[in-house]
Design a binder for this molecule. Structure first.
Ligand code: FMN
Length: 324
């Protein structure tokens, strides 16, 4: 997801380096340039369908008066007659199910892209300590109830802890450009941004790992600093990509040299670093996929598969992240 109004901005240069890094590593990626597609970020009455879902508690659905909502948009007398007849034979839950399928087409398109992705990246300037409105609105419209998140009865009762994450993404990377300095951000501004974007916007709906990197003071820093920002963007895919290994994985077809080359860190790729410690939360998530996460050194077996046989020997394949 990319959001900057100027295609000649430094932010756009970051996008270009980032996608080049992905491509050089053999990963497929798709850029959604929100300004270029003129995405409408405003949650309008038509977006009501995104906020209705058959799995909502019945009393909440009843309060939404869905049957009347259907009649209100039924159009002329014939359509109204047909709608009334259909509504007589269907309960509120069935009505909710149909309404949810009526989400706006632009939202559905974005949702399909989101669903198909293994990892997510958001590249944008900081505006008012948040994403630019066009990207903030993308979240409001695309992260629909029943798709991106749901609520338990406690959640419906007003408890923020009653949230049910529904996204499946293992990783999201946020790259933000700023005017203000790193010292300023560390002292005051980074914490609220992390809370709003990383925690509430991404972790709450289910993204397991969120990494947020800043390119500080972009409009005023020297060229060397800018170059370092671009280099880091090129290498950032390390923080984003889930490396799937094993027989079902496309990465297993690459030679270890091919896989390592773009990172320029070959000397660190040593199988002898095993075993790594697996955080508890990873151990609770072992089903057909076994993720593990290790910050520090890249760790690969000689065949370039990421190996941790202790984690879940019966897994079809393992997921790993490496970040340097
Ligand atoms: C509407 C608006 C709001 C902004 N809010 C912030 C802000 O809250 N914090 C900040 O560090 N910079 C803020 N900026 C500055 C931009 O983040 C900065 O100019 C941009 O990241 C530089 O990247 P670029 O050269 O690619 O545009 C704001 C800029 C605009 C236009």
């Amino acid at each position: 997801m990319y959001a900057h109004p100027n295609p000649k901005s430094f932010c756009h240069a970051i996008l270009e380096r980032f996608t080049k890094g992905l491509a050089d590593a053999g990963h497929a990626s798709e850029v959604v340039d929100l300004y270029a597609i003129d995405f409408d970020p405003v949650f309008r009455p038509r977006d009501f369908a995104s906020y209705v879902h058959e799995d909502m508690p019945p009393e909440i659905l009843e309060r939404m008066n869905l049957k009347q909502a259907v009649l209100d948009v039924a159009g002329g007398p014939v359509r109204r007659f047909l709608a009334e007849r259909w509504l007589r034979n269907n309960d509120t839950r069935a009505v909710a199910k149909v309404i949810h399928t009526q989400r706006p087409k632009d939202v559905m398109l974005q949702w399909e892209k989101l669903k198909a992705a293994d990892g997510l990246a958001f590249i944008a300037p900081v505006y008012w300590l948040h994403f630019p409105a066009i990207l903030k609105g993308w979240f409001e419209r695309v992260f629909a109830y029943g798709d991106a998140y749901a609520l338990t009865p406690e959640g419906w009762g007003g408890e923020a802890s009653g949230r049910v994450p529904l996204l499946h993404h293992e990783k999201a990377l946020v790259i933000s450009t700023t005017l203000f300095s790193e010292a300023n951000y560390k002292a005051a501004w980074e914490a609220p941004v992390t809370r709003m974007i990383d925690d509430w916007g991404l972790r709450y709906p289910g993204v397991m790992h969120v990494e947020h990197v800043y390119s500080f003071r972009v409009p005023v820093v020297d060229d060397d600093t800018r170059r370092s920002y671009l280099d880091r963007a090129y290498r950032s895919f390390l923080g984003l990509i889930c490396l799937r290994t094993g027989p079902t994985s496309p990465i297993s077809r690459l030679s270890s040299k091919e896989v390592r080359r773009p990172w320029g860190e070959e000397q660190k790729c040593r199988a002898s670093n095993f075993p790594v410690s697996i955080p508890d939360w990873d151990l609770t998530r072992m089903s057909s996929i076994s993720p593990w996460h290790y910050h520090g050194r890249l760790q690969f077996a000689p065949n370039c598969g990421i190996v941790d046989s202790r984690a879940a020997p019966s897994c079809r394949y393992h997921l790993g992240y490496a970040r340097i």
